[in-house]
Design a protein around this ligand. Structure first.
Ligand code: ATP
Length: 371
C-alpha cells in the first residue's frame, strides 16, 4: 500500500494538447479514489502518467514519498486494469492470472498457489481451466483484476474496468469491486465517466474538466454542495435545477419565487447580485396547493424513475423539475408548487458556489480538503 502525492503535473501531447494542466492531487493510503469527468478531460492520461505509461511534461509524482516521476512502469509497483481486459486468448484462466508471476520468475508451485488464491478471492472457482472466450464479460473482468492482484501491487489503477459490462452485470461487478477493495485495502484510483458509479464506489472523487480538478470531495460533498456550475450540472442522475435569480436583501427573486438567501451564503453576497440558484429535483417537495417561497408552474411531463417520478413544472421563467413519490404524481396540466427543503438551495455567482466564510451547514464529517 502506498499514498500518492501529485504536484503540478502537466502533460502536453505532441501536437500541443494540454491533457493535464498543473494538477495537484493527494490520494491517501488505502483510499478508493475516483477520477470523474467528461470524455477528453484527461482522466486516462492522469492514470497512465501515474503508471509510467506516459511521460510527464512537468511536475512530480510521489508514491510513499519516493519521487517516481522518471521511473519506468516496472519500478513503480502499480497494477493496472484497462477497459479492454487484454487477457491472453490462448491461455487458461489460471495461466492468465499467474502471468505476472511468470514474468517475475516465481516458481511453478508458487505461481499456481498464488493464482488459485486470487481466483478464489474473486469468485472464479471452477473456471481455472477455461479460456477467456469461454467466460462472461463479468468473469473476464474478474480474471483481469485477479491478474493485477497476484503481483501484490502497492497501488491499483483501474481505467473504466466495468464499461464492457451490461447494466445489470455492471451493478453486480461494482458491488464486488467495492467489497474487494474494502477487503484488500489497496490504494485504488479508478477512472470513470459515470457519475453514479463514482458516487457509489469512491471514498473521494476528483471531478475533472480540461486537465484540471474542478472539485475534490466525498460523494456526499460533491453531490450536496457542488463547488461550481460545472460540477453542479455534471453530478446527479436527474440534473440539478439551475435557475437565474437576483439577490434582493435577504431574499433571492428566482423563477417567480422569493426564496430566503441560504444562511451559509448570507454574508458572501451583495444586494442586487445576479446569481444562479441550484436545487436538486430530489430536494424539492411537490404540493398541489399554493405555498409561499416555492416555484409555481404547470405540470407538463411526468417521467417514471421506478420508485418515484420526475415531474416537470413549466413556470414563467422555464422548467423546474421535482421528484415526486410513487402514487403522488399530479395530473398533466395541473398547477403545482415545488417547495425547496431547508438548507438545500445553493447560490452560484460567476459560476462558483457562494459560501459564507464560516459555513453554517458542514457538508460532512469527513474533511475533503486534501491537496
Ligand atoms: P475518455 O473518457 O474519452 O477516455 P479521458 O478523460 O480519459 O477521456 P484522455 O484520454 O486522458 O481523456 O485525453 C485527454 C486529452 O488528450 C484529449 O483531448 C485527447 O484527445 C488527448 N490525447 C489523449 N491521448 C493522446 C495522444 N496519445 N496524443 C495526442 N493527444 C492525446
Amino acid at each position: 500500500m502506498a499514498d500518492i502525492a501529485i504536484r503540478g503535473l502537466t502533460k502536453v501531447y505532441p501536437g500541443g494538447v494540454r491533457a493535464l494542466d498543473a494538477l495537484d492531487l493527494d490520494v491517501a493510503e488505502g483510499e478508493f479514489f475516483a477520477l470523474l469527468g467528461p470524455s477528453g478531460c484527461g482522466k486516462t492520461t492522469l492514470l497512465r502518467t501515474i503508471a509510467g505509461l506516459e511521460r510527464a511534461t512537468d511536475g512530480t509524482i510521489r508514491l510513499d514519498g519516493t519521487d517516481v516521476t522518471r521511473f519506468p512502469p516496472g519500478r513503480r509497483d502499480v497494477g493496472m486494469v484497462f477497459q479492454d481486459y487484454a487477457l491472453f486468448p490462448h491461455m487458461t484462466v489460471l495461466d492468465n492470472i499467474a502471468y505476472p508471476l511468470r514474468v517475475k520468475k516465481a516458481g511453478r508451485a508458487d505461481r499456481r498457489r498464488r493464482a488459485k488464491d486470487a481466483a478464489d478471492l474473486l469468485g472464479l472457482v471452477g473456471l481455472d481451466g477455461r479460456r477467456p472466450a469461454e467466460l462472461s464479460g463479468g468473469q473476464q473482468q474478474r480474471v483481469a483484476l485477479a491478474r493485477a492482484l497476484v503481483a501484490e501491487p502497492r497501488i491499483f489503477l483501474l481505467d473504466e474496468p466495468l464499461s464492457n459490462l451490461d447494466a445489470r452485470l455492471r451493478l453486480e461487478a461494482r458491488t464486488q469491486l467495492k467489497r474487494l477493495q474494502l477487503h484488500l485495502g489497496i490504494t485504488t484510483v479508478f477512472v470513470t465517466h459515470d457519475q453514479a458509479e463514482a458516487l457509489a464506489l469512491a471514498d473521494r472523487i476528483a471531478v475533472m474538466e480540461a486537465g484540471r480538478i474542478r472539485q475534490l470531495g466525498t460523494p456526499v460533498e460533491v453531490f450536496r454542495r457542488p463547488a461550481n456550475l460545472f460540477v453542479a450540472a455534471f453530478i446527479g442522475s436527474t440534473p440539478m435545477n439551475l435557475l437565474d435569480g437576483t439577490v434582493r436583501g435577504a431574499s433571492v427573486a428566482v423563477a417567480g419565487a422569493e426564496l430566503p438567501v441560504p444562511a451559509d451564503a448570507r454574508d458572501g453576497i451583495p444586494d442586487g447580485a445576479d446569481v444562479v440558484c441550484g436545487v436538486r429535483p430530489e430536494y424539492l417537495d411537490y404540493s398541489g396547493d399554493p405555498v409561499d417561497s416555492a416555484f409555481v408552474g404547470t405540470v407538463s411531463v411526468i417521467e417514471h424513475l421506478g420508485g418515484s417520478s420526475l415531474v416537470t413544472l413549466d413556470g414563467e421563467d422555464g422548467p423546474v423539475r421535482v421528484v415526486v413519490a410513487e402514487g403522488r404524481e399530479p395530473e398533466p396540466g395541473a398547477e403545482g408548487w415545488a417547495v425547496p427543503r431547508p438548507g438545500r438551495v445553493l447560490l452560484y455567482r460567476d459560476g462558483e458556489l457562494v459560501t459564507a466564510s464560516e459555513p453554517a451547514m458542514a457538508p460532512s464529517s469527513k474533511d475533503g480538503g486534501h491537496g
